[in-house]
Design a protein around this ligand. Structure first.
Ligand code: SF4
Ligand code: SF4
Length: 226
């Protein structure tokens, strides 16, 4: 048998094995040394520690998904539109939650490149909800001060939320202005603006909802600072 089929057979056994991945004997075995994982990003070694177990537990508490049920089929990553842009694809994120270091996972920029399109979750044959797991990882990374959100992504999220707090709904021009000021990308796509406005795709003035005060109260109660 050539090395490739051998690897595939080994991977199949590994995937079946991870169905019971958090069983005590397995944990002891892995914790005793480095466990080489074929689905792990090239050149890295996965080591299971108490902190990684706690990350899996945190994710299960936040999402209801037991990360150990992922059998690494890769169907999520095969449909992910950001797979070619991210260091970690959705199945690798799931793998890291199971085996990776907590800090390494929470500090990885890939979790911020996800578009939350939910294609991965729709494709998953085992209801593992990678999109929900990534979302929970974002929250945990912010709460633990480990978030490495790129400046442009942070600028977009803040500008979007600012519009919701101010108008109760999105005002596209306000979003673009806020994003450009925060990101510094002042001249990006400016030539598209006249066409968007003339076709009615961007209103110059915001269209506020009636309950703006209530929306603001929600923001205040959640302690959102932008
Ligand atoms: S599709 Fe589901 S089971 Fe398959 S690798 Fe992705 S999360 Fe895991
Ligand atoms: S939700 Fe994120 S990880 Fe899932 S397919 Fe979309 S971009 Fe990829």
């Amino acid at each position: 048998m050539t090395p490739q089929p051998l690897l595939e057979v080994a991977r199949l056994f590994l995937c079946l094995y991870t169905q019971a991945a958090l069983s005590a004997p397995f944990v002891r075995q892995v914790a005793a040394g480095n466990h080489r994982c074929l689905a792990w990003p090239k050149g890295q070694v996965a080591t299971m520690t108490s902190s990684t177990l706690s990350l899996a537990t945190e994710i299960e508490a936040a999402t209801g998904v037991n990360p150990a049920t992922c059998y690494q089929c890769g169907k999520c990553s095969a449909g992910c539109p950001m797979a070619s842009e991210s260091d970690l694809r959705p199945h690798q994120v799931m793998r890291r939650v199971m085996y990776g270091s907590r800090e390494q996972t929470l500090r990885d920029e890939s979790i911020w490149l996800c578009l939350t399109c939910e294609t991965c979750s729709a494709r998953c044959p085992n209801a593992c909800d990678p999109a929900g797991v990534i979302d929970a990882l974002r929250e945990i990374s912010i709460e633990s001060g480990m978030a490495t959100m790129p400046r442009t992504i942070s600028a977009f999220h803040k500008s979007f939320l600012e519009q919701i707090r101010t108008n109760g709904r999105l005002h596209e021009v306000g979003l673009v202005v806020g994003y450009k000021l925060r990101s510094g990308a002042l001249m990006n796509d400016v030539t598209n603006t006249p066409g968007l406005i003339s076709r009615g795709k961007m209103g110059l003035l915001p269209d506020k909802i009636k309950g703006v005060a209530e929306v603001k109260r929600i923001f205040d109660k959640c302690g959102v600072t932008l």
